[in-house]
Ligand binder design. Structure first.
Ligand code: 26V
Length: 821
């Protein structure tokens, strides 16, 4: 049944009313931004009713709830996707057209809430959407950063970071919930006090604290009346009069507390895969975790007198180690506030918390100096010490006399608190995010823990939501697919399999490729507008978009482009299918080599794009400010998907799945989820190259890789590398890119030269690229490959992933929200 609020006349009236009430303007006078706000408020009105109904259904059914704790939620824009999930997109689009408003333009007015860095944050957003669509009760718990991921500007080829003030016009899809405010305490000291029954009570005193105030954002399920909640926390100062009586009149402290609150949620740390060990980050972690657990327990206690029931009603999923203090915070509340004994508290905690690992990169494993940790969170630190003490006894019991094991596995060791060890010791589940990644965890990185707790380890291969990355992002292809096989794919992606029937059908192939062409035109216009570069929509669109990191090997891609250019210059008449190489990537602000790689890409682009002698056969484009909203367009327009990480380093990847969903063919290594993509599409429909993860790991162990040998023996590679330091791409500045050259060849600069095996994999990469070109020349073959990629994408829906989390880890039951009368 259609919601009457979206009936055209009603909706138009509601939008006009909102413009009038919010801005005292008529529609004609209102700006696009004001209309966006008004439309969003009209949509929110509908959402609110379903939201209320969902929460009431939670209470009525007493359903178990998962709390998905994450420092990051990379949500992307809400308006378009909310309309899609409310199944009102087309109706609203038409209604707005009738009053002269273009929905696409209005959608473009929404800031892109970027409360995350990359893969991990976007995964959290896809998971929230799938949970709601599948009808599972869930809360996302995170931080309402005032500034999300920075806006990237490219100036003279360099990345500049600008603050992203996403809240400046107010965000219509959030609701402040002051009635769910909680206090979070930092610092001070712990006083032990004998209580009557022989127990000792621990009381934190002399602390500073902040008020945590949640803003709820609705997460709308697809066509099922379900609205889950993302709670993101803001920090406000505790009012002076609320200070402990002990502290009354302490002016200095009041000011300090105000500053604490102000800084706490200011900004997302724009690092991905590297810890800086900053105290403020630990504060952020404890802040949102403590507030979220307090809210979860308050909700639980409303209907349940017995705290021992907690694991039956609540699951806490920790998205990487960032929220791992959750374990100790839950223990603290159970011990100090609920008055439970250690064993009871531990029993509950270790049946409630579960942990997902997202990377094996050593730099990203969180460790906190004891000094910072114990000063900031004195009671939490005490509890972790006790967890560690008991854990060491368990290790001793399991591996008697193995002193080395204790050292390797301890939670507190060498002056540091190791968050992954805490998460594994306390959690009942430890999962990796793709099959290969989980195997590497079990057999290498976390081998000792796997031997101790084999039953905890499991795999959950990542997924993505087709509602955003196909239905919303690629309307032409969506409509075509629905025309061919019906619309079941929207909520059950395995139905895509039916497309395989059309893979050999000439007409279907043509239609499919024509849609790709339309999407390439759309992106070409975007590039023309934003980069001032003209690209040929008939050329192969070869795309690498993801965070910039050495292990992801954007460098390999650009070195190969330099090689192609050299060939073209040398053999101007060679057979060469025109190609447009497209990059999009943000580098962490302090990551020198990553930023220099961006400069190199732009410098190579400058030279190649302006060389008339190659007749526009080769173009290189760096898209500024890659983010969720432009990503949707980029995936839709891609022919080739670059997934070229050093094998074993990319835990899963999810961009790879988004490309596949949009009919791009992968060129990639056997890494992360690429392995499973290859398995699904078959080796004829993917271009695999490079070392296997076993080979990489073997070389790393033996330390026997010497890129200099390759440099000395391969003249093409040598030429390309020399061009980095002979000024060819840097207007004769031979020093500009020296660090990149050194990173590839010079052992003194890094732990070992070419850490990520760029040179080692170069030849097999360029061979694979030749195969890509050959395949693309054969139009029918390419169309078939691309269509079969879409046909076999079913496994990579986050709906499948979430169902596995539910079955194996969370054990939730679906709820049914009845529509409003
Ligand atoms: C790590 C750190 C380390 C401490 C400093 C701040 C910070 C911020 C974010 C992260 C997350 C890095 C891990 C990550 O994003 N992993 C990615 O997770 C994706 C979803 O599972 C997966 O597809 C990617 O392969 C993996 O790199």
């Amino acid at each position: 049944m259609k919601n009457p609020a979206f009936e055209k006349e009603t909706f138009k009236k509601s939008v006009k009313e909102n413009v009038k009430n919010l801005y005292r303007k008529t529609l004609k006078e209102a700006t696009q931004q004001e209309i966006y706000q008004a439309v969003s408020y009209s949509v929110k009105d509908v959402i609110i009713d379903q939201w209320l109904a969902t929460q009431q259904t939670f209470d009525k059914t007493d359903a178990k709830i998962v709390y998905y704790m994450s420092m990051e939620f990379l949500m992307g824009r809400a308006l378009g996707n909310n309309l899609i999930n409310l199944t009102a997109y087309n109706e609203v689009k038409e209604a707005l057209e009738e009053i002269g408003v273009d929905l696409n333009a209005i959608e473009d007015e929404e800031p892109d809430p970027a409360l995350g860095n990359g893969g991990l944050g976007r995964l959290a957003a896809c998971f929230m959407e799938s949970l709601a669509t599948l009808g599972y009760p869930a809360y996302g718990c995170g931080i309402r950063y005032r500034y999300g991921m920075f806006k990237q500007k490219i100036k003279d080829g360099y990345q500049l970071e600008e603050p992203d003030n996403w809240l400046k016009n107010g965000y219509p899809f959030e609701l402040r919930r002051p009635e769910h405010t909680f206090e979070v305490k930092f610092g001070g000291y712990v006083r032990a006090e004998a209580s009557g029954n022989g127990h000792t009570k621990f009381i934190q005193e002399g602390y500073q604290s902040v008020r945590a105030v949640p803003y709820d954002m609705p997460i709308i399920g697809y066509n099922n009346n379900m609205v889950n909640t993302l709670m993101i926390w803001d920090a406000e100062p505790i009012q002076c009069f609320e200070l402990d009586s002990f502290d009354k009149g302490d002016y200095r402290k009041a000011v300090e507390q105000e500053n604490l609150a102000r800084n706490l949620v200011d900004v997302l740390y724009p690092n991905d895969n590297h810890i800086a060990g900053k105290e403020l980050r630990l504060k952020q972690q404890y802040f949102f975790v403590s507030a979220s657990i307090q809210r979860a327990l308050a909700r639980f206690k409303k209907n349940h007198p017995d705290i021992h029931m907690l694991p039956q009603k609540v699951a806490i999923q920790m998205n990487d180690t960032h929220p791992t203090v959750a374990v100790a915070e839950l223990m603290r509340i159970l011990l100090d506030e609920e008055g439970l004994g250690w064993d009871e508290a531990w029993e509950i905690t270790s049946k409630t918390c579960a942990y997902t690992n997202h990377t094996i990169m050593a730099e990203a494993l969180e460790k906190w100096p004891i000094e910072i940790f114990s000063r900031l969170l004195p009671r939490i630190y005490q509890i972790i010490e006790e967890i560690n003490r008991r854990f060491l006894l368990d290790i001793e019991a399991k591996f008697p006399g193995d002193y080395h094991k204790k050292e390797k596995m301890a939670i507190i060791h060498d002056g540091q608190v190791k968050m992954a060890h805490l998460a594994i010791a306390a959690g009942y589940s430890v999962n990796g995010v793709a099959r290969l990644h989980t195997e590497i965890l079990k057999n290498q990185e976390l081998k000792d823990f796997y031997e101790m707790f084999p039953e905890k380890f499991n795999n959950k291969t990542n997924g993505i939501t087709q509602r955003r990355f196909l239905y919303h992002g690629n309307p032409l292809l969506s409509a075509w697919i629905t025309d061919k096989i019906g619309d079941d794919w929207i909520t059950n992606l395995s139905h895509m399999e039916k497309l395989a029937l059309f893979a050999d059908d000439k007409k279907a192939q043509q239609e499919f490729m024509n849609i790709k062409y339309q999407n390439k035109l759309r992106l070409a216009k975007y590039i023309q507008k934003h980069n001032g570069i003209e690209v040929d929509p008939r050329s192969i669109f070869d795309v690498q978009v993801k965070r910039l990191h050495e292990y992801k090997r954007q460098l390999l891609n650009i070195l190969h482009i330099m090689f192609l250019y050299n060939m073209l210059k040398e053999h101007p008449d060679m057979d060469f299918y025109p190609r447009t190489f497209i990059f999009g990537a943000k580098a962490a602000a302090g990551y020198r080599i990553a930023k220099l790689t961006i400069k190199l890409i732009n410098s190579v682009a400058d030279v190649i794009n302006n060389d008339k002698t190659i007749n526009g056969k080769l173009k290189v484009v760096f898209i500024e400010d890659y983010k969720v909203s432009n990503a949707e367009w980029i995936f839709a327009a891609a022919d080739v998907s670059e997934q070229i990480s050093t094998a074993s380093k990319e835990a899963s990847g999810t961009g790879n799945m988004k490309f596949m969903l949009n009919g791009a063919v992968t060129i990639g290594t056997m890494d992360g989820a690429n392995v499973e993509i290859a398995e699904e599409v078959g080796e004829d429909n993917i271009f695999i190259f490079g070392m296997s993860s076993d080979e990489v790991i073997e070389h790393e162990k033996r330390r026997d890789y010497n890129p200099m040998e390759i440099f000395n023996n391969d003249q093409d590679i040598r030429q390309v590398l020399m061009q980095i330091i002979n000024g060819f791409y840097s207007q004769n500045d031979t020093e500009l890119f020296r660090d990149l050259y050194n990173s590839l060849l010079n052992t003194q600069c890094t732990q070992f030269a070419d850490t990520y095996f760029n040179l080692k994999d170069f030849r097999s990469y360029s061979d694979a690229q030749k195969r890509v070109e050959e395949a693309y020349r054969d139009e029918e073959r390419w169309a078939k490959m691309a269509m079969l990629n879409v046909a076999h994408v079913g496994k990579f829906s986050s709906d499948r992933t979430i169902q596995e989390y539910v079955d194996d880890i969370w054990h939730l039951e679906k709820i049914q929200v009845e529509p409003e009368e």
